[in-house]
Design a protein around this ligand. Structure first.
Ligand code: NAP
Length: 284
């Protein structure tokens, strides 16, 4: 019988703990913990993500500042804003909601966020620290997954982990975290030959592909831990993951549902990273 990894329950417990940390920080340093969320344009999905992030800030006591700029904002205007925020002492974390409009070079914008305020963990400095096993800010989604594995007592050392997907925000940092936790890691992608064979080797299988129900029961080893990062719509417009949950679940020891698995933890880890950025700011 499989066990469900409940991201909702874990997330609400973690938010309570983070709220205690934020209160303690405010008492000690007599200042707020501040997160800025910058959004450009009117992408409806981005608007929902931004709203949820602001709501999470309220829940844990982080002061949020939101900048919603028009679609036609120019590169220089956006860069000027980020440069101002980079030196603003009220701001501990800066988050630029992606995707940005096509005429904006996102890479050049993100580069302006100082590593210590990079609460998404995307900067080359933070990614480099992750690769070297040094303390830094780690991308929210994979970091949340590691917290889930720890919380459910799922051993990683010596296990075979297969990560399907190699994006900079999920697949690559996920693989590095699992490697740092002593798993033997394989990373698969769209050019991988025999994906099914690779997946069948996995004690821990992480799917971060972006294709509805792509991982089917014949790709999963009996007793595997399956982590589904995907957020897709099925043929009926219903939210679903990259894993065919109904068919795969009975082969698993643990599995994350969609919704209610990895998703809720991602925003919680953003709160965690923002508090970490504020605390680090007092140290250096
Ligand atoms: P992405 O940047 O599009 O990357 C997808 C990865 O999957 C790529 O590395 C791609 O390989 C690989 N891939 C595509 N088709 C494949 C196939 N047929 N076989 C094997 N690998 C294949 O996506 P992402 O940003 O990592 O996101 C992945 C999914 O997670 C999406 O559904 C996204 O919405 C979701 N997501 C959820 C959260 C959350 O909080 N729950 C957070 C972030 C993302 P190539 O590199 O070769 O193209």
């Amino acid at each position: 019988m499989y066990k469900l990894i409940d991201g909702k329950v874990m997330s609400s417990t973690m938010r309570w703990i983070i709220a205690q940390g934020v209160n303690g920080y405010k008492d000690k340093y007599k200042r707020d913990v501040g997160l800025v969320v910058v959004m450009v344009g009117d992408n409806p999905a981005s608007a929902i993500y931004v709203r949820n992030k602001i709501k999470a800030c309220e829940e844990v006591g982080i002061k949020s500042y939101s900048y919603h700029l028009p679609e036609e904002t120019e590169q220089a205007q956006l860069e000027n804003l980020i440069n101002d925020l980079a030196v603003d002492n009220n701001v501990d974390g800066i988050l630029v909601q992606l995707p940005l409009p096509k005429h904006i070079d996102a890479e050049n914008v993100l580069k302006l966020i100082p590593a210590k305020k990079d609460v998404d963990g995307f900067s080359s400095e933070n990614v480099g620290k992750l690769c070297l096993g040094e303390e830094g800010i780690v991308a929210c989604t994979p970091n949340g997954i590691m917290k889930m594995l720890e919380h459910y007592g799922i051993e990683t050392a010596g296990k075979r982990a297969v990560v399907v997907g190699r994006s900079n925000i999920v697949g690559k940092p996920m693989a590095m975290l699992l490697l740092n936790a002593d798993a033997t890691v394989t990373v698969c992608h769209s050019k991988t030959k025999n994906l099914k064979e690779e997946c069948l080797n996995a004690d821990i299988l992480v799917a971060a592909i972006g294709k509805p129900k792509y991982i089917t029961e014949d790709m999963v080893k009996q007793g595997a831990v399956v982590i589904d990062v995907g957020m897709n719509r099925d043929e009926n417009g219903k939210l679903c993951g990259d894993v065919d949950f109904e068919k795969v679940k009975d082969k698993c020891s643990y599995i994350t549902p969609v919704p209610g698995g990895v998703g809720p933890m991602t925003i919680t880890m953003l709160m965690y990273n923002t508090l970490q950025a504020a605390v680090n700011g007092e140290k250096f």
